[in-house]
Design a protein around this ligand. Structure first.
Ligand SMILES: *[C@@H]1O[C@H](CO)[C@@H](O)[C@H](O)[C@H]1NC(C)=O
Ligand SMILES: *[C@@H]1O[C@H](CO)[C@@H](O)[C@H](O)[C@H]1NC(C)=O
Ligand SMILES: *[C@@H]1O[C@H](CO)[C@@H](O)[C@H](O)[C@H]1NC(C)=O
Ligand SMILES: *[C@@H]1O[C@H](CO)[C@@H](O)[C@H](O)[C@H]1NC(C)=O
Length: 292
C-alpha cells in the first residue's frame, strides 16, 4: 500500500525522542491506533451520521499524496548536499531561489491535504481553519521572502548550529508551553478520541505560542551569533501579525504584570483545545532545520 508505506517512511523517531514528553516517548502508537483516532475524530466532528471510515481513509490517502508531493519538490539529503557545496562559494541564494520557485506547488499540495481534512473538523475548527491556512502560507512566504534571502542568511550565520545547540532547551520550551495539550500517557480513551485537542487558535493557544516564542528567542540569543535569533523572532512576528492573537496576548501580559493569580487557568479549563496543526508544523520545521 503506497500511502501507508509513505507515512511509515517519515522518520518520527528522532522527533519523538527530542520533543515528546517522557510518558509518551516509549508509547507504541500503531498505525491501527491512528486509524481509530482519525475515524473517531471524523465521527465526532459531524452532528449528522457520516461514513467516518471513508472520510478518514480520504485523509490518509491525502496525507500520502502530500508526502509524495513534498518529497518530489525537495529532497532533504539533496538540499543538504547542495547547501554544503554552495555555501563556501557564497551561492546559497541560488539554491534557495531554485526551491522557492517551487513554493506555489507546495502550497497547492498543502491545500489539497487541508481540503481532505475539512470534513473531519468540527464547526469551531472549521472557523479557525482559514486563519491557520493563512498562517501556514505566511510561514512559507517568510521562508521564501526575496527568494530565500532570509533562510540563506540564517544558514550562513550559523543558524543550524545555533538550533542544534539549543535543541534541548527548545524541547523544554515546548514542554512548558504546549506540554499540557498532550496526555501524560497514551490511554485507550485517548485513541478513542476523548480529549483529543482541537485544531483551533484561540486565546489560550495564542498566549502559549507567544510564551513559546519568548522562551525560544531567549535561548537563541545566547548563541555566538545573534542573527539566527533575530530571524526566528521576525518569523514569529510575521506569523503573529497574520493571526488575531495580539489582543489575547496583550491582555495576558497585562494580567501577568499586575501579578494577579492566573485567571487564565479557568479559561484554560474550557479549552483543552490546541492548534495541534501549528504545533505539528513547528515540530516539523524544527526537525527539518535541525537536520540541515
Ligand atoms: C513498545 O514496544 C517495544 C518493542 O516492541 C517494547 O519493548 C516496549 O515495552 C513497548 N512499550 C510500551 C509502552 O508498550
Ligand atoms: C463507508 O465507506 C467505506 C469505504 O469507502 C465503504 O467500504 C463502506 O461500505 C461505507 N459504509 C457505509 C455504511 O456506507
Ligand atoms: C533523496 O536523494 C538521495 C540522494 O540522491 C536518494 O538516495 C534518496 O532516495 C532520495 N530520497 C527520496 C525520498 O527521494
Ligand atoms: C515537562 O513539564 C512538566 C511540568 O510542567 C514536568 O513535570 C516534566 O518533567 C517536563 N518534562 C520534561 C521532559 O522536561
Amino acid at each position: 500500500n503506497l500511502d501507508a508505506s509513505m507515512l511509515e517512511n517519515v522518520d518520527v523517531d528522532q522527533l519523538k525522542a527530542s520533543y515528546l514528553p517522557e510518558g509518551l516517548r516509549g508509547a507504541n502508537v500503531t498505525l491501527e491506533d491512528l486509524h481509530r483516532l482519525l475515524e473517531s475524530k471524523c465521527r465526532r466532528a459531524n452532528k449528522q451520521p457520516v461514513n467516518a471510515t471513508a472520510l478518514s481513509k480520504a485523509i490518509e490517502t491525502a496525507g500520502g499524496k502530500l508526502v509524495e508531493c513534498l518529497s518530489g519538490l525537495a529532497n532533504l539529503t539533496e538540499i543538504q548536499a547542495e547547501i554544503a557545496e554552495a555555501s563556501p562559494k557564497g551561492d546559497l541564494d541560488v539554491v534557495f531561489e531554485k526551491y522557492c520557485l517551487r513554493m506555489p506547488r507546495a502550497k497547492a499540495c498543502l491545500k489539497d491535504f487541508n481540503d481532505a481534512l475539512l470534513p473531519c473538523l468540527n464547526s469551531e475548527e472549521r472557523a479557525h481553519n482559514t486563519v491557520l491556512q493563512r498562517i501556514a502560507d505566511r510561514l512559507l512566504e517568510f521562508i521564501c521572502y526575496k527568494n530565500g534571502d532570509q533562510i540563506a542568511l540564517f544558514i550562513a550565520e550559523q543558524g543550524p548550529e545555533c538550533l542544534e545547540q539549543s535543541r534541548e532547551g527548545i524541547a523544554n520550551c515546548l514542554n512548558s508551553t504546549f506540554g499540557g495539550y498532550l496526555p501524560k500517557q497514551l490511554t485507550a480513551d485517548w485513541t478513542n478520541g476523548e480529549g483529543l485537542p482541537e485544531l483551533v487558535l484561540g486565546p489560550r493557544q495564542c498566549v502559549d505560542l507567544y510564551d513559546f516564542e519568548t522562551c525560544t528567542v531567549q535561548l537563541l540569543e545566547r548563541c555566538e551569533v545573534i542573527t539566527p535569533s533575530n530571524i526566528v523572532e521576525s518569523m514569529f512576528r510575521y506569523v503573529r501579525r497574520e493571526s488575531s492573537c495580539q489582543a489575547s496576548i496583550d491582555k495576558a501580559m497585562a494580567q501577568r504584570r499586575t501579578a494577579l493569580p492566573l485567571v487564565a487557568a479557568k479559561e484554560g479549563a474550557a479549552g483543552l483545545a490546541t492548534s495541534a496543526w501549528t504545533l505539528g508544523s513547528l515540530l516539523l520545521l524544527a526537525g527539518a532545520l535541525a537536520r540541515l
